[in-house]
Each structure stands twice: as C-alpha cells, then as structure tokens.
Design a protein around this ligand. Sequence first.
Ligand SMILES: [Zn+2]
Length: 384
Amino acid sequence: MQFLMHGLDNNNKAQSLKRLQDMGIRGIVSGFDEEAIALAAEQGMKAYVCTHAFTAEGQFGENPYLAEDVHGQKHVWFNSACPNHPEIQKDHLRRIDTWSRTPGVSGIYVDGARFSSPCSSADFRSFFTCFCPHCAEKAAALGFDFERMQHDVQRLLSVFEGRESLPLVNNLPYGGVDLLVLLNALPGVGDWLRFRAQSIAEHMADAAATLRAADPDAVLGMYIFSPSIAPWVGQDYSQLRQHVDVFAPMIYRSLQAGEGPACLNKETSRLGRELVNHDVMTDENAVAFLQTLTGFPLSEYATVVEVDRELPVAAVQMETQRARNLLGSRHPLLPIIQLDDDGLAQSTAAALAGGADGVNFFVYMAERLPLLQKVLNQQLRRES
Ligand SMILES: [Zn+2]
C-alpha cells in the first residue's frame, strides 16, 4: 500500500518531509522544487514533479494560443491554452525532459492533460472548446468532419442555454436519460468527445516517449478526471493506459475552493446548475439527471446545490472501482483525495475498498496531519 502527499510545508521542508515519512507517506508530488527533491531523496522518499500540461503562462496567454469555443470566443481555462497548439505541447515536453533528468526525481505526474470542463472557468462556454485553427487541422488529420462537429456542439450548447430543446431529459425523474437519442440527433458531439480523447492520448504518448528517453526508470503518472466525468474532457482510460504508468483519479467529493475544476462534486453539479438556471429542467429533475449520468446514489438529495456541497462517500468507492475496471490489474491506481475531506477515514477506506493500491492526499496541511496519522495507522495495521 502506497501513500503519497501532494505538496509539503515550504517554510519547513526538511521537517515536514521527515514528519510525513514517519507517518508512512512514501513520497511527495509537487511543483519543480530542487531543494525539496534533494531533501526527499536524501531521506529515501520518492519525489515526483507535477507538470501543468497546457499552461497559458507568459506568451501562451496571448490570443493565438488560447482555446476557442464553438462560437469563436477565446478562453483561458484552468490557466491553460489550446491542448493542440504545437508550441504549447513542445514546451510541456521540454519541461518533462528537463525535470526528469534532475537527480532525485522518481517520475512525473502530468496535470491538466485534457480539454476544458464545466468548471474549468467561470464562463461555462469554455467547456465547448476547442475549435481553433490548430484543432481544425488536427481534426482533419485524424479524419473527423470538423464542420459537423462544430455544428452539433453549437446545438448542444443551445440545449444547455435553453435555446433549443432536445430529448436529453424526457423521462426524468423516472430514470433514463436519452443519451442514445441525443447522440443520434447530434453525432458531431460524439465526434467532438472522440477528437478530444485522441488528441490527449497522442500528447501523452509523446510525453511517455520524452520521459523514457530522459530516464527509462522514471514513472509517468497522471492526475486524471474521475471515470464518470473523464470522457467529457478527452481522458480515455483505455487509450491512456498504453502510455501512462500510474493513474491518480482526482476523486474530490466535497472540495469547495473557487470554481472547483476537476472536483467531482463541482463538475457534476455544474451541469445540473446550468440546466436549472436556464429553465431547461427543475431542480428535482436536474438531480435525477446527475444520478442517471453518474450512477451515484443521490435519492436523498433535493437540489443541485446539495450535490455541489458534497457527494456521498460511496462515490469514492464507485469511481475507484470504475478506474480499476478500465485499467485492469497491471496499472498502479492511487486516487488523490482531499486531505480536508470531513470523512477522511471513510473516503480513504472507500478508495482502498474500490481497488486502489494506495492513496495520494491533496494538499499538505499541517493541521490535518494528526488525523491523517490516525487514518494511516489504521490502514497500515490492517495491511500487516
Ligand atoms: Zn485548439
């Protein structure tokens, strides 16, 4: 069983690493920090560097690099730009190459290797990207009908904005979302999701090749969306498992910070919130829609706001089990769960019961360490 921590105390690096190690934490994942890497290596801990794949930092924040929505509007999403821009991809590979060659680095965890999601920006339309010239070129190269894709994704956006009605929700709340009817009516939406997935799989193949060339022993990890929402953002577990070694689905069930990109509670509830706010459906039906979409037991939930606040612990086990089913037994599965989860012990146990090989905790907080210590003691005792 392997436990990792995302981040450390930047003011007391050596001390916090020692404390984590004494608790049974085997390694840390953090931004590129040579001092922390050296200290971790010195005391026999693993140090993984987290990269932000398609960063919109510096010149990449300028319009030509940004993602474009289905109506031609530019967006920065999750502080990221267009996932298919060749210069942005090259910059990410360059960072993987440099950082993985640094002594003491055990591997790379790629974050943000995806397209925009419902919660990647305050502007919901950032989700309906990317239709920039680079993506048009890429879509043509992959054999997609870009115009059909664009046309149908425009119509999907119209549904969410209440301007067009499609059989998305006819049978609610009695069960059954007419997704097959929807995909038949809008085949370009299916193309869009497959286009996203193929683009990301190609980039992760490049990332893996870059890493292997720099250090054949280094591990390629990925902070990835939970299985029930991963297909929206172009993260296809079955394609990615050909390139990625370790999978860390972000199964945050009650994270509250900001928009909440990647947080399961935030991302799922945002879809419902948009539909309710645009009078596409009632709150009750929106909850039923989310339950049908994810399979989470939401029958006790009356409103989308409650879903936004917190998902049941059962969701952690379900998502871990889904990831395990998609990956098979060969790939290490280390879900990342929030350290400030009110039910930290239950969520940790749920991830392990779902087939995880360990847990990665997000994010280092000194005041949560006494509780974490108890949780780890319990799990490590059970193992021995
Ligand atoms: Zn693009």
